[in-house]
Ligand binder design. Structure first.
Ligand SMILES: *Cc1c(COP(=O)(O)O)cnc(C)c1O
Length: 416
């Protein structure tokens, strides 16, 4: 299910090329890189030309501090309609009483969730960073670790799964003000009901950081955190396939606190071109084609996991429920960092990540982008073979690079 052809790209019109060839060359080269290598970074996707059109529109010029009907700037009549449309579409898509679509990024959404519910110094229970917690889940290098007292839960070193008994024991011991569930690399569906139960037991808020799976939720291919979490934070640019940005979902009881936590507490002017692009993406995500896409993303990830296992790689948790999988290249005789380098040389772009075993470093892959390009399960099987070939033998990289070029050439992300 490739996105519709890019008919009126600003680049094809060559506006930028005539005025600023230096920058135009970089943009064209990046477009070439994206379409001739395999984008296996689990957080990335290809937005549609319609989303890109909204991003490149004159809405980028508009200042709009505040919320529709209550702005601090004049001339907001039209962007108000755009934002109301985005909010209404998000509410309908996720069955949420309230949506805030102004967060500049996933991290800004998490910051706003904390600002809405916590005070500096509060205790928060979240997945530990070595196991897949995000920077905003208590990294000492991030505001979260500096301003809050984070306690980390891990995953079972054998199964790679969240140990809900450990989560419960830590919650009882530390009495957190909030429990955070969500991860940058957990390949399985999160049991939101189990987290809700623990949060209720200790009187904590439940924050679901669904940055990764929210697109699967939109397409009905993953369970929704909305009925369970007090606040859901998300990105709009991962599986959801919208512009780079964040959003928050909550019940009407917390709506005002969440809105005030975004503006004026942590942000000022909303980016109205991005808000409009979010509306476009929510519109796309409400279609049957997107539902089919989300299910294909998961089917592709499962096939890729099976095929990589057949090549001898270790697959964390034995598979995946989502768009992402984490693999241990150790059985093929390479560590995570070396593996990422060999794969990059062969045209396969992905990240390293933590593994359930303490200190282990593996690879994180996702199928959101390749599925948008129209690749299916036979291509996943082919990718697994190319993957293992590049890992086993450094000198095979050049040959694999040509095969990747051939494969991607048959699935252009922006045809025409
Ligand atoms: C991607 C991600 C974020 C942050 O998103 P940005 O837009 O990069 O700030 C936050 N939390 C989780 C779990 C993520 O996966």
């Amino acid at each position: 299910m490739p996105v519709t052809p890019m008919l009126e790209s600003p680049l094809s019109a060559d506006v930028l090329g005539r005025q600023d060839p230096e920058l135009a060359e970089i943009l064209l080269a990046e477009r070439e890189r994206q379409s001739t290598t395999l984008q296996l970074i689990a957080a990335e996707n290809f937005t549609s030309p319609a989303v890109l059109a909204a991003l490149g529109s004159p809405l980028a010029n508009k200042y709009a501090e505040g919320y529709p009907g209550a702005r601090h700037h004049g001339g907001c009549e039209l962007v108000d309609v755009a934002e109301r449309t985005a909010v209404r579409r998000a509410q309908a898509l996720f069955g949420a009483e309230h949506a805030n679509v102004q967060s500049h990024s996933g991290s800004s959404a998490v910051l706003a969730a904390y600002a809405a519910l916590l005070r500096p110094g509060d205790t928060v229970l979240a997945m530990g960073l070595p196991y897949g917690g995000h920077l905003t889940h208590g990294s000492p290098a991030n505001f979260s670790g500096r301003w809050f007292d984070f306690v980390g839960y891990g995953v079972d070193p054998e199964s790679g799964l969240i140990d809900h008994e450990e989560v419960r024991a830590l919650a009882r011991k530390h009495r957190p003000k909030a429990v955070v569930c969500g991860s940058i690399s957990y390949p399985r569906n999160i049991d939101y009901a189990a987290f809700r139960e623990v949060a209720d037991e200790v009187g904590a808020y439940l924050i679901a950081d669904a940055a990764h799976p929210i697109g699967l939720v939109a397409g009905g291919a993953a369970p929704s955190p909305v009925p369970y979490a007090d606040v859901v934070c998300a990105t709009t640019h991962k599986v959801l396939r919208g512009p780079r940005g964040g959003m928050l979902l909550c019940g009407s009881g917390l709506a005002e606190r969440v809105d005030r936590a975004v503006f004026p507490f942590t942000q000022s002017g909303a980016q109205m071109h991005t808000v409009a692009a979010k509306a476009v993406a929510f519109g796309e995500a409400a279609t049957p084609a997107f539902t089919a896409y989300a299910h294909q993303v998961v089917a592709n990830a499962r096939t890729l996991a099976r095929a990589l296992a057949a090549e001898g790689l270790g697959i964390t948790t034995g598979g995946t429920d989502t768009h992402l999988l984490t693999v241990d290249p150790g059985p093929l005789g390479v560590d995570g960092r070396t593996a990422r380098g060999r794969l990059a040389a062969a045209g396969m772009v992905l990240d390293t990540c933590g593994l359930p075993q303490p200190g282990g470093r593996g690879l994180r892959l996702g199928t959101a982008a390749v599925t948008t390009q129209g690749m299916g399960e036979s291509e996943m099987a082919r990718i697994a073979v190319l993957f293992a070939t590049a890992l086993r033998d450094e000198s095979a990289g050049r040959g694999v690079r040509e095969e990747v070029r051939d494969l991607t050439g048959r699935f252009p992300p922006y045809p025409g």
